[in-house]
Each structure stands twice: as C-alpha cells, then as structure tokens.
Design a protein around this ligand. Structure first.
Ligand code: ARG
Length: 466
C-alpha cells in the first residue's frame, strides 16, 4: 500500500477544497485497507454499468472498448500483485477509477457518468455477499454430509439424553447428532432466504435521487445476475438491512455450532469419555504433558461471541442514520468481512472435525445406565396397565429410591422387589427397563428409535441430494 502525499491528494472530489486533507484524517477516513477486497465486484459492476451506458447512447462504443481493455489489464495487475494501491486514493472505487484513467484516458473519466460511489459501493457489497452466501451454503452442505455419515454409523448407539445436564432418558447418538442436522437445515434455509433480498441492484440510484440520464437499470440487473432492482433510490443507497440479516443468520449458525462445541468439549473430557477428537484438532499443554485440549471447539464457542458482536455493531451502525447515504456505512465492511471469514473457516474445519470423531460406545452406554434413565419407561408401563400417571410416578420414585440405596439400576432389581412397589408389574418389565427397549419404543416420527433415526437420515439425504 502506497502512502504517498505527492500523489494527487484525493481520488475525485478535491476541486472545491482550499487545503489538502490532514494526514490523520486521510488515514481515518480511508477504507482501502479493507475494501480492496471488493475490487473484483467493483470491476464487474463497472463493466456492466459501462455496457449499459453504451447501449443507452450515453458513452461511445470506443469508450466502452477502452474501459473493458483497461479493466482487463487492472485485473491482471491485481492478480499478479502489481496493482499500485494507494491510501491517498481513499477507497477501492477511487483506486480503480484512477488507475483506469491512467491506462485509458478520458474513457476512464466517463465511467462515473450516471453513477455515484453510493450506489456503487452498495452494489459491490451485495455482489460480494451473494458470492459469500453461495460458498457458505456449500460449506453447510459439507458439514451436514459429515453429520449424516456419523449419525448413520451410530443410529443405534445408546447414550444418555440430558435435561439440566442430568441423565434424563436414553437416546441414540445418531438421534442426538440429527438434532444438529435439523438446526443446520434451518440455518441453510435462512441463508437462502436472505440471499433473495441481497440479490437486488442498487445501481442507478446514483448519489440518492436517481439519475437524469436515460439509463436502463434492468439491463444492469440482468447482466449482474440480480433478481431485480431496488425499488427506491434513497433506500437503495442507504439501507444495509441485507447485511444485518446475513450477520443475524450467521450469528444463529455460530450459536448452533457453539452449542455443539460445548458438547464436544464435555464429551471428550475424561469424566465423560464419550468421544475422541482426532489429534489434528487438539493441542497440548506447555506445562502438563498429559493434556489434550479441545482448542478448536473452544475457539468456535469463543468466536461466536465475536459474530454476535458484529451483529450488534451493524444494528447500532444503522439505527441513527437519516436517509440517505452517510459515511457511517463505510463501517459495515469490517464486521461483514470478518463474519464471512470466521464462518467459512469454522464450517470448513467442522466438516472435517465431525468426520474424525471416534465414539466410545461402552462409555456412552455405561453413562446411560447410571442415572435411572428408564424410570419414565417403568411409569409408562404402569400407566398402560391402568394406573393413573401421577400414581405411577410415585411408585417409580419409590423404586428409584430403593435402587439408590442398593447402588444399582432399576433393571438390576428382582421381579419380587419390583412387585413390592406395585403388584401389576410382570416379568415382561425387564424388556421395558432395558436401554434398547426404551429407545425402540419411541418409534414415531421424530423419535429416537434407531429405525426412525435411519428414516430421518434417509429423508435428509433425499432432500439434499447427498
Ligand atoms: N468508501 C465508501 C463506503 O464504503 C464509499 C462510498 C463513499 N461515498 C461518499 N459519499 N463518501 O461507504
């Protein structure tokens, strides 16, 4: 990045100023250090704009040819790291336009006809975000594929299901994983839905009021693959709600991944010992040689706070702005870029991390046997034999208290012992008290029975084409 005040002092507005901008102010107001990432979108948008200007008779054929040639060279310069970025030129738009003019002369100066940086930047951000959403959707699919594979392998692996982090009822590990699949499916829908509103063209709004040239906004929209144009010029240049709703969707996805992370951290702690993460996702301790730390899930949990912060930043950025464009909006980019970077990295790592999970089925099973996880099954058994549920609840509570004094599971009590709590209990109770019997009995849609888990996985695969 050049920082050279012998350059022309600003990109394109210094005509009416009597002294150059203070150095500190220049640095404070410049966005080029981060908005250079919009360069490719800015070029794509500029070429579409120039083609439209030519088609509408606003610029000459020769001008369009010069502009296209100039941008071809600029693309080449950027790709090979030879583009002369300059902080003195404030932002990506001025940097590109100034270079274009240096390369092709007057045609470069004509490009900005019927356009303002206000509609230009709004267009760039939308193009950039649309591509980011498409990548995120693909990465969600990869993550979902990994979840489905692991869930399929463990459709019948029994673990304790928890409420209040206390053992509640047995579930299958596959069922537990499919809960995260459901969350991610909603996340994916949210991004797809948000994309429709991102995918609208602001160009043509110019600074705020529209343009007095005979422009064809629909042509530009078509060329750039937008689903339509923004319907009001003031709104087009000023609102960033599309970015806010994107970050909101990102915050929810990260929140889901953060919950999963919390579980992975618990499950791999020696107290649980349910899973092992592949070593490539863990780190050691510099002082305690025995340690294997779940740094990746911990960071995912931590980075969720950062994305939530970006959401609040963008909402706060917007809330006090009068129509139309204000420079406040320049502050939308860093939170947005960081959200996309964090999300894409996280999803990429998690697809791989899920694929590398090793399950300790014995530890899961042993934990499920520890907390009287089938107590509800005993109550349901009594109800099916005519006892009102509240009475059944009481009978089971007494049986659990008895088992506790013997430090054993309900299934370890003898039939005679069980019958001392209720005479309607029969020998068939042991199938009910078994972990397998418990999960198999929840065989309705959405239940934890292995056959239902497999059905949910098959439906997910069909729906996603995985
Ligand atoms: N760098 C600016 C931004 O990101 C571009 C638009 C500037 N427009 C203006 N009127 N100062 O928002």
């Amino acid at each position: 990045m050049q920082d050279d005040s012998t350059n022309s002092p600003t990109g394109g507005w210094s005509g009416r100023f009597s002294e150059p901008v203070a150095e500190l102010v220049k640095r404070y107001t410049a966005s080029i250090d981060f908005d250079y990432r919009l360069a490719e979108c800015d070029i794509t948008g500029s070429i579409a704009h120039a083609r439209m200007l030519e088609a509408c008779g606003v610029i000459a054929k020769a001008d369009l040819a010069d502009i296209e040639r100039g941008f071809a060279q600029i693309r080449e310069e950027i790709a090979t790291g030879r583009f002369p970025w300059s902080r003195d030129l404030e932002d990506v738009h001025f940097n590109l336009e100034r270079r274009l003019t240096a390369l092709v002369g007057d045609a470069g100066k004509r490009l900005h006809t019927a356009r303002s940086r206000n509609d230009q930047v709004a267009t760039d951000v939308r193009l950039w975000l649309r591509a980011a959403i498409d990548e995120i959707i693909t990465l969600i699919l990869d993550f979902q594929g990994a979840l489905l594979t692991l869930a399929e392998a463990h459709a019948a692996t029994i673990m304790p299901g928890f409420t209040h982090l206390q053992v509640a009822q047995p579930v299958t590990f596959g069922h537990h994983l499919m809960a995260y699949f459901e969350m991610s499916a909603r996340d994916r829908e949210r991004f797809l839905d948000c994309r429709r509103r991102v995918n609208r063209l602001p160009l043509g709004a110019a600074a705020l009021a529209g343009s007095s040239y005979p422009i064809d906004r629909e042509q530009v929209a078509r060329e750039l693959g937008f689903e339509g144009i923004c319907g009001n010029s003031l709104d087009a240049v000023s609102d960033r709600d599309f970015a806010i709703e994107f970050v909101a969707a990102a915050a929810l996805l990260m929140t889901h991944l953060s919950r999963l992370s919390e579980e992975l951290i618990l499950w791999m702690s020696p107290r649980f010992g349910f899973i092992r993460l592949a070593d490539r996702f863990c780190t050691g301790s510099s002082i305690m040689p025995q340690k294997k730390n779940p740094d990746v899930p911990e960071l995912v949990r931590g980075k969720t706070g950062r994305i939530n912060g970006h959401l609040v930043a963008l909402l706060t950025l917007m809330k006090g702005q009068p129509l139309a464009y204000n420079k406040d909006n320049q502050e939308d980019k860093e939170p947005l870029f960081d959200t996309v970077d964090t999300l894409t990295q996280t999803l990429r790592i998690y697809a791989d991390l899920i694929g590398g999970i090793e399950v300790n089925a014995e530890r899961m099973r042993a934990a499920a046997r520890e907390g009287y996880a089938t107590a509800t099954d005993l109550a349901d058994y009594l109800v099916k034999r005519g006892l009102p549920f509240r009475d059944a609840h009481e009978v089971v509570a007494r049986a659990v208290r008895h088992a506790e004094t013997k430090a054993c599971d309900l299934a370890d009590l003898s039939l005679v012992e069980l019958q001392s709590f209720s005479p309607i209990i029969d020998g068939d109770i042991f199938a009910v008290l078994s972990l397998e019997g418990s999960v198999a009995s929840r065989k309705h849609a959405g239940g934890t029975a292995p056959e239902q888990v497999r059905a949910a996985i098959a439906a997910a695969r069909r729906q996603l084409g995985l």
